[in-house]
Design a protein around this ligand. Sequence first.
Ligand code: ZN
Length: 272
Amino acid sequence: MQKIRVLVAKPGLDGHDRGALVIAQGLRDHGMEVIYTGLRQSPAQIAKAAIQEDVDVVGLSSLSGAHRTLFPKVIEELQSMNAGDIPVIGGGVIPSEDIPFLIEKGINRVFTSGSTIEELANYINQLVVPANSQVAKKISHIGIAVRSIKNTLPFYTETLGLSLEGLEEVESESVNVAFLKIGDSRFELLEPTSETSPIHTFLEKRGEGIHHIALDVEDIETRIRHLSKNGIQFINTEPKLGAHQTSIAFMHPKSAHGVLFELCEEGGGEEA
Ligand code: ZN
């Protein structure tokens, strides 16, 4: 297992970092890799360091009372650098009446001076490694490459007795898709709409047949990040828009013993 990487950062002008150093050492003692930014970092510098160091979580410490402005700024900077999925936690001298405000601004949790390193380490452990580390709870669909949806459908609807749920064109893949529901999953028949479609290439090389298996994931960007860290290569590391307003990404079959796996997040394409 890879070590959890934590960036400990002190935004703002206060010049005391004994507390931050104690926390950094405490987290190292709990088996984490800790990068400390040093004093007086701007929110932009902290966000940049978090990305460059590829950390799993950012811990902000403030004693100066500037947490109300600086903590939310770090969140904004991360979001503007497309890294809004990196969780941020806060600590230091923080009045309890400020905590709800910081949570609302996107800080995952605030640890006040009464908290122990154990509490902090336990929290980070459950934040970064999901309690259920199974990537997906079900198969979203199985993608099947066909030359013609029209000619293929009778096998699925008449021979197998499945009902056709719908037809859709997915422009990002240059395919028409037919959905056939089976329990909680689907078969998706994929017909190329142009010669640039990956399905066209697949049909030329291998003929009709199973093209990919899609796993139903909850937080696709975090999943991509975790799997990439574990050495899995992706064909697209930025999720793209799939059928049914899903957000999708394909693992390279070389990373998955010859199977083309798709990660698929339902409703994930809505903001795209
Ligand atoms: Zn698919």
